[in-house]
Design a protein. Structure first.
Length: 196
């Protein structure tokens, strides 16, 4: 049940930020259908994307179980140790500044470039494309999602704030600068929590 909760939550948080890519895929296939050439329903691409986030959900479920077993998670599903919460913030902040984060973010921000580089024909190809796009989104956002343990896994306002930030990084013209700003702020928040 916990795995399903994580998977549904990840779908709710991440599908809005994948909308530009999903719409690009849908547009290509709509035109193919109009021309009478083979096309694939967009749901197949989305299923591949959700499979990637399903893998993350499995890891998050395992992390949650480990945190519960070590008594580091409160009944509200929030890290009970300010030190642990601060370390998660610092880790997420540092990752926001890495070349890997920005390479993945560039892939998520450019749907047309992704289609040109990763297009595969057929149902299996669409599923693969969705999974690859999901993997780039994981590379872009997984450590931001780890912040759910700091603010509370079931805290809807916290989850909405993280999802909104991810969306802004992906769609605003200066999204990469926004990601770097988030990194600096997260590091500062983490150091403040550790100092307490």
């Amino acid at each position: 049940m916990m795995f399903l909760m994580w998977w549904v939550m990840m779908a709710a948080m991440m599908l809005p930020s994948a909308l530009p890519m999903t719409l690009t895929f849908a547009t290509v296939n709509r035109r193919r259908r109009e021309l009478g050439t083979p096309y694939v329903p967009t749901a197949v691409f989305v299923a591949g994307y959700l499979l990637a986030w399903g893998a993350f959900s499995l890891a998050a479920t395992a992390a949650q179980w480990a945190l519960e077993q070590s008594a580091l998670l409160s009944p509200t599903m929030r890290l009970s140790s300010p030190l642990a919460g601060g370390l998660v913030f610092v880790a997420a902040g540092l990752y926001q500044l890495t070349p890997l984060k920005h390479a993945c973010l560039r892939r998520c921000r450019s749907p047309l470039a992704f289609v040109l580089e990763h297009w595969h024909e057929g149902t299996a190809g669409a599923l693969r494309m969705g999974a690859v796009h999901g993997a780039y989104c994981l590379g872009c956002c997984a450590l931001l999602m780890a912040l759910l343990f700091v603010g509370g896994v079931m805290n809807l306002l916290w989850a909405a704030a993280i999802a909104a930030w991810v969306l802004l990084e992906k769609v605003l013209p200066r999204g990469e600068a926004l990601a770097r700003l988030a990194g600096v702020v997260a590091i500062a928040c983490g150091l403040w929590m550790i100092a307490l």
